[in-house]
Design a binder for this molecule. Sequence first.
Ligand code: MN
Length: 202
Amino acid sequence: MSFKLPQLNYTHDALEPNIDSKTMEIHHGKHHQGYTNNLNAAIEGTELEGKSIEFILANMDMNNKAVRNNGGGFYNHSLFWKIISPNGGGAPSGDLASAIDNAYGSFDAFKETFSGAAKTQFGSGWAWLCVHEGGKVEVCSTANQDNSLMPGIGCGGTPILGLDVWEHAYYLNYQNRRPDYVAAFFNIINWDEVSARYQANK
Ligand code: MN
């Protein structure tokens, strides 16, 4: 049993103009496929083979760069494709909206904090909204393909929203204009999916 590249729920061009078709094609078909293949190779014949990706991330040796980078890459991108949608945008409602208001005061203040985390993550990495047990939400960022499920990351809880700020995620269309890409991301966030993940992990 090995990990498989998840299919997208939309076509490569469905997120335009926010994310261009060529970027989607390469990002999903080449980068995410690469993380998937390399993860399978890294765990083959080890005690991690056959375990869930969540188990692998939570129990890994952080000095094992192949599992850390490719396990993170597999998980992070699998989440990313789900929390964006051609029908996304707007703002959350219900319990998630309340949790965001409790933590940040308002949706606009949250948006500013999250966007700041995405824009100031130096080099490659991710910006996250995570939920802790009990329902408190927290914005943070991580380097490379790390995420809060890994030991000792210092960015707690379960990721429910993530933004890939590697240059491979935006460079073809936005070049050095990461802030424009971050702003466009808010046009395609699938808040129904983020809320479902909030409910499942709070
Ligand atoms: Mn990526």
